[in-house]
Structures are given as structure tokens and as C-alpha cells.
Ligand binder design. Structure first.
Ligand SMILES: [Zn+2]
Length: 93
């Protein structure tokens, strides 16, 4: 057990070892946050989520870019072949 001082009424409370999160003070009924662990958990979780999000964004961006480049290449080839055929046809006449 750990002894905690309520930030609202300054009464001493007992919490289980390693406890963290929101607690309701039995003396004054006010809620307070206790523990060092949630700070780490809260700090680490968005970091991993953020990194995953960044990787997903890069992947999505790269997929989009590759798709765009492939379509651009195909359209460019068709246009080039069309103009080449047009020039050849013009020369033949
Ligand atoms: Zn209290």
C-alpha cells in the first residue's frame, strides 16, 4: 500500500501498490489522478500510434504515388504512340 495525500482535502489515503488512474477520495468525494505509470503509458501510446500512423501515411502516399506514376506512364506512352503514328502518317502523305 502507498500513502497518498488527497489534493482536495489533504487527508491521507491508502492506495494499492502500483495503482494509477483516477480515484475518488473517500473523505471528500473529489476525484484525483494518482500514479507515475499513466504518464508513461499515456506518453508511450500516442508515440507508437503516431509512428504507425506515419508509416501508414508514407505507405499510402507511396502507393498513391506509384499508382499515379504508373497511370501517367501509360497515358504518356499512349499519347507518344498516337503522336508518333500521326507524324508517320503525315510523312507518308
Ligand atoms: Zn479528499
Amino acid at each position: 500500500m502507498v500513502e497518498v495525500t488527497c489534493p482536495h482535502c489533504s487527508e491521507e489515503l491508502e492506495l494499492p501498490d502500483g495503482a494509477f488512474g483516477e480515484f475518488e477520495c473517500p473523505m471528500c468525494g473529489e476525484e484525483f489522478v494518482w500514479g507515475q505509470q499513466p504518464v508513461e503509458v499515456v506518453y508511450n501510446l500516442p508515440k507508437e500510434k503516431g509512428l504507425t500512423k506515419v508509416i501508414l501515411n508514407i505507405f499510402a502516399f507511396w502507393t498513391g504515388f506509384t499508382l499515379f506514376a504508373t497511370i501517367g506512364l501509360i497515358v504518356g506512352l499512349i499519347v507518344a504512340i498516337y503522336f508518333f503514328a500521326l507524324i508517320l502518317g503525315g510523312l507518308a502523305n
